[in-house]
Design a protein around this ligand. Structure first.
Ligand SMILES: C[S@@+](CC[C@H](N)C(=O)[O-])C[C@H]1O[C@@H](n2cnc3c(N)ncnc32)[C@H](O)[C@@H]1O
Length: 191
């Protein structure tokens, strides 16, 4: 399984938004979801994408998504999906809002620890990391990607020694570009 973890310090943690940009750049989270799951004539069912939001009013929130045959998802309306998931949050539990779509209160480190315990290896996407094309990647990977401000130094310090840094190239790309390139690399490797 491929896991993408998109971390955003500012993304809003409630569903009452109209303007995606003003809601802590939820537009970026939506592009990440589109790049995670959508193909020209189909969807990927071998990917789990996790959105970890630390913005107001009730951080942290962890949204987990996987496309299942029962999930009615359109790339034209991912914003409504995110809104619905955020609205359905219930304190003290992991709620399955729609098939394959969950929300809970969980911070980045607890999520990463849980995924690592399940046997996944963690990689941090960073321009200065080892070249993705040359990297040894197991089939079960977690790819941690930052928002418009990148992954905060505090979080990076805590992950030192737990994860390797991987670069997709010499430019600073959009978070969604990174997801598309990693998906493509894993496709080419036959994962
Ligand atoms: C728009 S970039 C963040 C830009 C932010 N100003 C910074 O300096 O980190 C969003 C995320 O994409 C990933 N990213 C961007 N370019 C990359 C590259 N060349 N290789 C690997 N990951 C990259 C990183 O995880 C980054 O946090």
């Amino acid at each position: 399984m491929r896991h993408f973890v998109y971390f955003s310090q500012k993304a809003q943690t409630s569903g009452n938004f109209d303007d995606l940009m003003k809601a802590g750049r939820l537009d970026i989270a939506i592009h990440v979801i589109i790049a995670s799951f959508f193909l020209s004539h189909g969807v990927r069912d071998d990917v789990k994408t996790h959105l970890v939001f630390y913005g107001m009013p009730d951080p942290p929130k962890h949204i987990e998504m996987q496309v299942t045959p029962e999930l009615d998802i359109s790339k034209k309306d991912v914003a409504t999906l995110i809104k619905k998931i955020l609205y359905k949050y219930k304190p003290g539990q992991k709620t399955e809002v729609l098939p394959g779509c969950f929300i809970e209160k969980k911070n980045l480190f607890d999520l990463l620890e849980e995924l690592i315990e399940q046997g996944n290896e963690l990689f941090i996407l960073d321009k200065r990391g080892e070249k993705l094309r040359d990297a040894e990647l197991p089939e079960n990977c977690i790819f941690l990607i930052g928002d418009q401000d990148g992954i905060p130094k505090k979080e990076l310090r805590r992950l030192k020694g737990v994860a390797n840094k991987i670069s997709i190239g010499p430019k600073m790309y959009f978070a969604s570009h990174v997801v598309a390139v990693v998906n493509n690399e894993l496709d080419n490797r036959g994962y």
